[in-house]
Design a protein around this ligand. Structure first.
Ligand SMILES: *Cc1c(COP(=O)(O)O)cnc(C)c1O
Length: 384
């Protein structure tokens, strides 16, 4: 059976050896825009591409504001800080995520709390979130804050993540969060082009973040974006990611300690070109997912598919094998046959820097970790 799967994947990517898990593809005007940056000398802070990239992203995601930064990790850190997360507080996220999520929480001086995911969406479970909040927190009426009773710290944000591009039950999560007056910041780093109930992921809470790392759905080399409908948050995000400089033709006056997180013009130039092809990119990835779905449905292997409320970008196509030993056998077979497949991340709760963090039951995350495999998912384009 393994041979058959590998042959099928190779037939999807006939010109690639090894077949990468997810490689960037430059189909548009990337070179032209990069040359334009170099010819004009606007490669860094100043230049037209950053604004253009932000505008295109806001339009595509239907967010009112988009703020480009140097990567997704700092986008999340800044969004959390602007949501009011402070040193010593607690931020709820999920154990099945990339390390950037709890890292960004830690960069704010906060502690992650890990709540389980749903088996079908791979994202945070609204029921388990509510159950944990009910059992472990009390609401302080005068400060209007939710306090973890075992630590006496505020639970100051919730960060669900749309795993591999599959939207989680984000409306349910926001509903629970609103009951407890906790802001939601969506980690939509993997879900550009994924929609839930017709709305782009990252747009359901106070703010969301995107990533343009080299292996993501689109890339800027490295980069990130904060998206939000909140004007005050947007203005503040732009200000503190650009050294808090007060606009002036030649004076340098800054009004707070801030960051140099602005996305350089050359990165944004690549982003503009990638966004010009976003519909083609998402459609291409969704077609590949359908081919995988059909292949696996005839072979009694569970292929993760979007649910009725979701339109997923299929950033990384994923299957669930029967158990851990089969998963490992497949990983060895695939990789030794030049097809790059990989397991889910080791759960955050098992990493030494987060092993002492508070967690709810993580039964589903443990199951997924043991059985899940990501399959090659790059764009399929002739001559690539
Ligand atoms: C990629 C990613 C990020 C951001 O990563 P950067 O490499 O800093 O752009 C954040 N969260 C998740 C879940 C990711 O996959």
């Amino acid at each position: 059976m393994f041979e058959e799967i590998i042959e099928f994947i190779k037939s999807l990517y006939p010109n690639q050896n090894p077949v990468p898990l997810h490689a960037p593809v430059f189909l548009g005007k990337e070179k032209e825009y990069l040359l334009d940056c170099i010819d004009s000398t606007y490669v860094s802070y100043v230049g037209k591409y950053v604004n253009r990239f932000e505008k295109m992203t806001a339009e595509y995601t239907d967010a009112k504001y988009a703020i480009a930064v140097v990567n997704g990790t700092v986008a999340l850190q800044i969004a959390l800080q602007l949501a009011g997360v402070k040193y010593g507080e607690e931020v709820i996220t999920q154990p099945l995520t990339f390390v950037a999520t709890p890292n960004a929480i830690s960069h704010c001086g906060a502690k992650p709390v890990f709540i389980d995911v749903d088996l079908d969406t791979l994202g945070m479970s609204p029921e388990k979130l509510e159950d944990w909040l009910k059992k472990n927190t009390k609401y302080n009426q005068s400060t209007k804050r939710t306090i973890n009773q075992s630590t006496n710290h505020s639970v100051s944000a919730i960060v669900p993540m749309h795993t591999f591009g599959f939207p989680c039950r984000i409306d349910g999560i926001v509903e629970v969060a609103n009951k407890y007056n906790i802001p939601v910041i969506e980690d939509a780093a993997e879900s550009l082009g994924s929609f839930y109930k017709g709305k782009h992921t990252g747009n359901f809470g106070l703010a969301g973040i995107l990533s343009y790392n080299g292996n993501k759905t689109i890339t800027t080399g490295g980069g990130g974006m904060i998206i939000t409908d909140d004007e005050q948050l947007a203005v503040k995000a732009k200000h503190i990611t650009t050294t808090a400089k007060i606009p002036h033709p030649y004076e340098f006056v800054h009004d707070e300690v801030a960051y140099n997180y602005r996305m350089p013009n050359i990165n944004a130039a690549i982003g503009v070109s990638q966004m010009e092809n976003i519909d083609l990119i998402i459609n291409n990835k969704r077609e590949t997912a359908l081919l995988y779905k059909e292949f696996f449905s005839n072979r009694d292997i569970e292929f993760i598919f979007e649910n009725q409320y979701s339109k997923a970008n299929y950033w990384l196509n994923s299957i669930l094998l029967k158990d851990y030993s089969l998963r490992n056998k497949f990983l060895i077979f695939a990789n030794s046959n030049n097809v790059q497949c990989r397991p889910a991340w080791v759960l955050m709760t098992k990493l030494k820097m987060f092993s002492d963090c508070i967690k709810g039951d993580i039964f589903n995350a443990l199951q997924l970790e043991e059985r899940l495999i990501n399959l090659p998912s790059s764009l399929r384009v002739p001559n690539h």
